[in-house]
Every structure is written in C-alpha cells, then in structure tokens.
Design a protein around this ligand. Structure first.
Ligand code: B3K
Ligand code: ZN
Length: 872
C-alpha cells in the first residue's frame, strides 16, 4: 500500500457538526447506531467517504430515507456515497463482536467473557472499527453518546463528557447518556461498560467549577487507586498554577484495565489506563512504579489542553501533542520530586531508546513526512526527542516568555486542529522572536554530534570556545542541515567555581550562559577572564546531541569532584565511565582511564554531602544499551563483559564500604514513600549490586533475606533481581516464593517474568522458552508479552543474542503467532530487531535471516512496515 505523505495533506471534504451515537452493548454482539450531521466543506460534487473496518452494516439512511445498495459502495476501507446534498444526516447501524477483538483497537473486551468489561481504544485509527466516520484528527465534532445494556452485567456505563441522564428501559435494560460539549476528533472517543468499583473525590477548579473525580477499577484493584487519585489532584492544581489551565467538564474519569496496548489514553473526560500505570500500593509497588503512576496520570491529564482542546491537524503533527505533553509532565515531575534526578532519568531514556532509534534503520524525524502504519510512529523520537525540542524552545524564551507563548498558543488554537508551524508561530509572535529555525529539528532525523574545543589566550585574557556540528545521514535523508543548538555552559576555576563570563559586547558578567550554534561551526569568545580549569558544557543537557569535547580522564574526574550543576556532575561521571569502557572493550584492561573512573566515583562514597539517589547514579556506569552504540561492529556479549568488568573493578575497591553502607541504609527502612526514603532505597540497591560482585556469598545471603522480608517492593525486587542475575544458589527458591506470593497479581507477576527474561546468561533462552509455555503466560496480554518477550529481546544482550541464534529463533516464532493476534504489540516487539545490520557477522547473518523470514510471513500492515524499514 502507498504511504501517506505530509505534503499531500488536504483539508477534509466533509465536516461533522454533531455525532449522535447509540450503543446496544453485548460481549459477543454490540450494535452501534450513528447519526452524523454532515456538512460539505470541499468542492461541490465530491463524494462522501467514511472510514470503516470490520463493520457489519445493518442499515443505512440519509435524512431518514433508507439507501438502496446502488446508492453507496462498501469496501474493506469504508463507505462511499457518491450523490450527496451539501448537508445531511446520515444514519448507519452496524454490528460488532467485541469478544473476538484481540487487536485491542476499537471496542474490545478486557478480561473474560464472564467477568470482564467492555472498553474502547481509538487513537490513532480505532474509531473506524466502531462506526463509519471520517477518521482523521482534523474533523472535530460534538458527541452525544447513549449506552444501553443489561444492568446485571453492565451496571457502569461511561462515555466522554458530562452525564446527561440515566434510567431503566421497559425491557429492563439500563441506559445512560453522555454529552460532551467540547468538539473533539474521533480518536478521543471512549466508552466503558461493565462491573467496576469506584473511588471518588471532589475537586474545585481555580475558576470555581465543581468537578467529581472518579477512578474505576475491578473489585480487586480499587483499593490501589488512592495514589493515582492524589497524583491527579496534584497534576490538576499544577496545570492551573503553571499554565493557567483549568479542567473543563463536571466529571473526570479514569478506568484501569489489564488489557491495553500502551501506557494510557487521554480520551476526553474518560482516560483509560493500563493498570500497570495506575495501581499502586506500598506492598506491591516499587519507587519506580510510584513515579511512573504519577507521571502518566499527569501526562494524560495534561493532554486535556495539549492534545484535546488543541489537537493535531494530521498524524504527522503527533509530536505537537506528545512532545509538548511529555515536556509538561517532565516539568511537573521535577517539581514533585528532584529536578536533577528527573533530568538524569529523562536523558537516560533518551540515550537508551531514542538515540539508538535515531541511529538505526527506523530513524525518522520528530515530524515524519510519510507513514504506512501510523501506530508505528508512537516512538521515542516523537515523544522524547519531541519533548527535548520543546525544552529548547522553552529555554530560548525563558520562563515568562514560555508562558506568554503558551497562552498565545491556547488563545489562538483552542478548539482547533493545529500544526507544528502554528505552535512555533504562536510562541514566537507572542515574544517577537522568530523560532522558525527550529523547524529543521522537526524535519531532520538523526542525533547531531557536537564537537567542542576551547582555547585560552593568556596574553589577551580571552577564552574561545569553538563549536562544530555534524549529523550523519539517516534513511531517506542523505544531506543534513545545521540546526540551532543551544549550549548552556559555565567555565570553572580550579576550585570548581564559575568564572564571570563576559562577551565581547561587554554585557554584565554572568556565571552561566547559553550560546546558540546556528551554523555548521562557530566560535564564541569570552573576554577578561582567568584561565579556566574546565569547561562545563551543555549543562542540564541543553540540546539532544552527543558531545565530543575531547576531555581526558583527569578533566572529567575534576568535573565529577567539583561541578556544582548536579546534572553535569553526573554527566562527567558517565563520560568518564565511557572512556574506561572504550579501553576495556579494546582489551586494554590496565588503562589509566579505568583506574581514574574507579577512584573518582568510589571516593564519592565517603562524601556525605552527596544526596543518596544521586550518589547511586554517580556510581553506575551507562546502561549496556548506551554502551552498545560504542561497539562497531556490535558484539553484544563483548559489550556485556566489558561493562561487567567495570562493575567488578569498582566493586573490588568499594566492597567493604558498600556492604557497610547497605547495612546502614536498610537498618531503619520502613517502606515510607517520602523522597528521602526513596533516595536511600535507590542507593541501597546500588550498594547491594556492587557488594554482590565483591563478595557474592555474603551479599547473596543478605539479598535472599531482603527478597523475602524487606518492608517494601523496591528492595525485594532489587534483591531478587540480583540473586537471579548473578546465579546465586538462593535464586530459584526466591523466584518460586515470589511467584507463589504474587500469583494472583498480574502486575507483580509481570516483574517476575521480566527479571527472568533479563538474566544475563546463555541459558536464559531455555528459561524464556519455558516461561512462554507456562500456563501463566498469555500472548493475548500485551503487558505479559512486553514483560517476557520484549524485555528479553530489548535488554538481554547475552541470551537474546546467543551466537547460535536460539534467541532470535524464539522471538521469530512468537512474532509469527502474535501478528495474527495483536499487530500493534507485534510491531513494537519487532522493533527490537532493528540493530541486525550493526551486529558482528555471525549474529548478523542469523538475525537477518530471521527478519527476512518474518517479513515474508507478516500479515499485518504494522508488522510488515517495521520489517520492511528494518531491512531497507
Ligand atoms: N495518546 C496515547 C497513545 C495512543 C497510542 C495509539 N497507538 C497515550 C499518550 O501518549 O498519552
Ligand atoms: Zn501522550
């Protein structure tokens, strides 16, 4: 099939002013009556086309007159009516079977036919599986939705908007009507029907609107929704305070399901969440889980303005809502916890997921210019690189200018479907600056490389920083343009203090500044300055680039010791570890860089001014997925071994100290959720990890006790993971205990699957194969597929990449089966195969053959698209 192209965008030929939906709900048979009030918006004579897939048409009428079969045409993509008046009400009635919808797009069943409930997922193109409709985000309509069902089976009936009546019909069925006053694209439509419990709270907006907040979940989960409710309230307040945005309906509903392709969905007034990102309780959730719940609740809530009130003109603009909403969530999460740790986490995610994506065959711009399957573009690039672009824009405008610009964006485009150009124009014009230079960032794929070098001129007391940029070609983009790159920097004296910075134009001196590189290269000179000991570049990760500043181990060690910017201190430790890693990979096990890294970061253990969670991060070398990019050709086992060598080297030097520190940290552990307790647990986990490498016997005994008895899941899971990953003698018993204890909790059992999938040993292939055959595994449940199979393929360098190809064969086999069940999940799993071309020859040949066989077998457009691009 032909790809959809950005440059071929045409406004819709038909508008829909009002949508009146009626659902007669049943697990095996649901009937949908839709009355669309249509208005011609394009040239006269243009036919009406409505998307529709997998729908059984029962009846069709135009302005009350049933249509004859000759008056419309049905094909696998939808419905065409050639002869249309300029305005009309079209009534269609279709039937669906939600119980057989394993793709989890459109209307589907969560759980079993006996006990489960019905729900919808429409973004991006699921509404066409519910009724015939112009399924594109620039058709905004007002919806009224009436649901009818057996009250014994479906006592709760929810849809978007405000409640507009409920009652019993003569036949004993329950009906409920919902009215959404805000025009919306159909991808934001949702309904939920079933037996659900509710948690309720009252909220009054800053504008004085009384809102009832409700979270719905199945009976065994409702007690675990309190934290999400607190997070929701915090997010609502924060958006009022920081963006002046209030909620705009009388109710705000969230529903939790275990059967969901993604994290969550921002349907207007009726968010639907993967239970994994909504439920939290002290006995079963880790500190990471709590942070994720808060972040995702906030993210979906923030979409109410960035995504829903102002939506996207077309799916190429996806980052307009996603990049912006991720950025808003990042700001919120930083305010709720630690700014430095949040920034570290975001940059880690970028480097582990987005940089590799941008360097491989699936690379695409933040605003792609073509797609064959839009669901394949919900990527780290669109979300996380997109958020980095917004961060640069916000940084360029400063806090007051950013707020002015966002106010202008909302004022101009509320109730509209907008573009990236609209966004840049609103931000820029509100501040009288031209931001169009940033459009290149949206259009150009690939991570730029920034080369920096500094020169001090003692005679003139000037310091000149030379910056150059280069972006390597990516698929379909051979020639790259220079980008505007904001570089936040300070120059430090020998004590780590920032030197006063003055430009040639003699403004007042500052301790930190931002220079913007606009061309391929430029030089920036600071005058009247002492000789700096070190340059602290790209503070706070001011642009999503890879920096090469040619710093040696001693310069980086200096920064680790003296840098006051927390993020850049961590960054220096990471760079130092990367230098050490490169030496190990080259076989130079006695290289000075290794010793400098070990001595520099281990010394921090004795510095009690370092905040424990930050210390944990300072003591951790970059993730194997980041280091993998430094290995060309890519030998996954060698990357794992080299990183492990670093870990062991650090462990040997710190062994006794980390053992003692671990003891102190867990001594007073109560499982409290405040930031300081979480911070201590993070360091405790890191200390136990190092101790495990220094003295496996002693550490494993403690780990086995913590896995069984620690008063919080963070420690239990960390301890269990270490036992399993280090092949400790206690591992199997501990795994068995854990599975028995959490047998009826799918979210916790997923953690058990995921940690075993990542055991860094070749025999993990057989273990994963056995777990796949286990009765607790279920290929129809995306969370379980991600926990076992994606964790294995994406994160297990040793087993997935076993040189005999057994890991590849396992995933190939699963993908063939999965494609027939759930194409979205299949193609997300298949994206883990993208690195085949970089592999060393033995593995490359094997993985390439797997990918080629899969490409020939793929039946869904989603999987076919990923594999075709992977092979190209
Ligand atoms: N907008 C949804 C993602 C929908 C994915 C469709 N394949 C969640 C989010 O980003 O908030
Ligand atoms: Zn989103």
């Amino acid at each position: 099939e032909l790809p959809v192209l950005l440059r071929e965008y045409r406004p819709p030929a038909w508008r829909v002013d009002h949508v009146d939906l009626e659902f007669d709900l049943g697990i095996h048979r649901t009937r949908v009556d839709a009355r669309l009030t249509l208005r011609r918006a394009g040239p006269a004579g243009e036919p009406l086309f409505l998307d529709g897939e997998g729908l059984r048409l029962v009846s069709i009428a135009l302005d009350g007159r049933p249509l004859d079969v000759t008056e419309y045409r049905l094909d696998e993509h939808g419905l065409t009516i050639a002869q249309m008046p300029d305005g009309a009400v079209l009534h269609t009635c279709v039937e669906l079977d939600p119980s057989t919808n394993s793709a989890l797009q459109g209307l589907y069943l969560s759980g079993t036919p006996e006990h489960g409930f019905l729900l919808t997922q429409c973004e991006a193109e699921g509404f066409r599986r519910i009724t015939f409709f112009p399924d594109r985000p620039d058709v905004l309509a007002r919806y009224t939705t009436t649901l009818r069902a057996d009250p014994a089976r479906f006592p709760i009936l929810l849809a978007n908007g405000n409640p507009a009546g409920t009652g019993l019909l003569d036949d004993g069925r329950l009906w409920a009507r919902w009215d959404d006053p805000h025009p919306k694209p159909c991808y934001l439509f949702a309904l939920v029907a079933g037996r659900l419990e509710v948690l309720e709270r009252a909220f009054v907006t800053a504008e004085g609107r009384a809102v009832t907040l409700r979270i719905y979940a199945e009976a065994d989960a409702i007690d675990r929704c309190g934290y999400a409710m607190d997070a929701l309230e915090r997010a609502m307040r924060w958006d009022e305070e920081h963006y002046g945005r209030c909620y705009d309906l009388d109710v705000f509903h969230i529903v939790a399901t275990h059967d969901f392709n993604m994290g969550a969905m921002e349907n207007k007034g009726l968010n639907i969440f993967n239970a994994k990102y909504l439920l939290a309780d002290p006995a079963r959730s880790t500190d990471d889980d709590y942070r994720h719940v808060e972040a995702i609740v906030a993210h979906e809530y923030f979409h109410n303005w960035t995504g829903n009130r102002v939506t996207c003109r077309d799916w190429f603009q996806l980052s307009l809502k996603e990049g912006l909403t991720v950025f808003r969530e990042q700001q919120f999460s930083a305010d709720m916890g630690s700014h430095v740790l949040k920034r570290i986490e975001d940059v880690q995610l970028l480097r582990r997921a987005q940089f590799p994506e941008d360097a491989g065959p699936l690379a695409h711009p933040v605003r792609p210019d073509r797609y064959s399957a839009i669901d394949n573009f919900y990527t780290a690039t669109v979300y996380d690189k997109g958020a980095e672009l917004v961060r640069m824009l916000a940084g360029r405008l400063g806090p007051a200018g950013w707020r002015r610009g966002m106010d202008e964006y909302f004022a101009r485009h509320d109730g509209e479907a907008a573009t990236v150009e609209d966004f840049l124009a609103a931000l820029g014009e509100a501040n009288e600056v031209d931001l169009r230079g940033y459009l290149v960032w949206y259009a150009q794929a690939g991570t730029p490389q920034l080369l920096a070098s500094g020169r001090y001129d003692a005679a003139h007391r000037t310091y000149t920083l030379e910056l150059r940029q280069h972006t390597a070609p990516t698929p379909g983009q051979d020639v790259k343009q220079p980008l505007p790159v904001p570089v936040r920097l300070a120059l430090l004296d020998a004590g780590g203090q920032p030197l006063p910075l003055r430009g040639a134009s003699a403004q007042a001196a500052v301790s930190e500044c931002v220079v913007e590189l606009r061309d391929a290269q430029a030089a920036f000179t600071f005058v009247d300055i002492d000789r700096p000991r070190a340059a602290s570049l790209l503070r706070g990760f001011s642009a999503p680039v890879r920096v090469e500043a040619g710093f040696g181990a001693d310069d980086l060690a200096f920064l680790v010791r003296h840098e006051s910017d927390g993020f850049n201190r961590w960054e220096a430790a990471q760079q130092l570890a990367r230098l050490a890693f490169d030496r190990v990979l080259a076989g130079d096990l006695r290289a000075a860089e290794i010793g400098v890294w070990v001595s520099t970061v281990s010394a921090l253990l004795d510095d009690n001014r370092v905040e424990p969670a930050l210390l944990a991060e300072l003591l951790t070398p970059p993730d194997a997925l980041e280091l993998a990019e430094r290995c060309e050709p890519f030998d996954p086992a060698a990357v794992y071994r080299a990183r492990e060598f670093l870990e062991k080297s650090l462990a040997q030097v710190t062994g006794a100290r980390v053992a003692a520190r671990h003891g102190q940290l867990v001594e007073a552990e109560q499982g409290a959720l405040d930031g300081a307790s979480q911070s201590r647990r993070r360091l405790a986990g890191r200390c136990l990890g190092l101790w495990m490498r220094a003295d496996p016997t002693a550490a494993a005994e403690v780990a086995a006790r913590r896995a069984a008895q620690a008063p919080n899941m963070t420690e239990r899971l960390a301890a269990l993971t270490l036992l399993a990953h280090h092949g400790a003698p206690q591992a199997e018993a501990a795994l068995g205990d854990f599975a028995a204890r959490y047998a009826d909790d799918p979210i916790t059992l997923d953690k058990w699957f995921a940690l075993q999938a990542q055991i860094p040993a070749e025999a993990a292939v057989e273990r994963v194969a056995a777990l796949r055959a286990d009765s607790r595994f279920n290929l129809r449940n995306p969370n379980r597929v991600y926990a076992l199979l994606r964790a294995f393929a994406a994160r297990n360098l040793v087993a997935f990449h076993r040189p005999d190809g057994a890991g590849y064969a396992l995933i190939e086999d699963c993908l063939v089966e999965l494609d027939a069940i759930n194409p979205t999940t299949a193609s997300r799993l298949a994206a883990t195969l993208k690195d085949w071309k970089r592999l060393e020859p033995t593995r490359r040949v094997l993985l390439q053959a797997s990918v080629e066989r899969l490409a020939a077998a793929a039946t869904s457009p989603d999987l076919a698209d990923i594999l075709r691009r992977t092979l190209a």
